[in-house]
Write a protein that binds this ligand. Sequence first.
Ligand SMILES: [Zn+2]
Length: 122
Amino acid sequence: MDKELEDSLVKKYNYMFDEKETFSFSCDDGWYDLIDIALLKIKKADTTKEFRILQIKEKYGMLCLYGNRENKKIQDIVSKAEDVSLKICEICGKDACLCVKGMWYKTLCQTCREKYGYKIAS
Ligand SMILES: [Zn+2]
């Protein structure tokens, strides 16, 4: 993800990131809003401010947000965001579906799918 976008998330949800200097988001910019909204909901649900994000990445075309998920409410927010990621283009944020190129899965809109040579995954 773009460094400025990453920094703005780290700034907004500062307490969730333990190792701010080395934390990296292993996904593209199209999921910025999705992550932003999920973290905002978590912040509200996290009354004890104990939630820490361990990793944010893309895996098989899906957003994965790993944290210390003690709280059931937070677990639900995270799994909902992960589900929704399969409908949002990871590159540009438009409506998308899961695509495949060889061994690689990525959730892409039609434009990005054609641009990067992916096909809709069956
Ligand atoms: Zn796209």
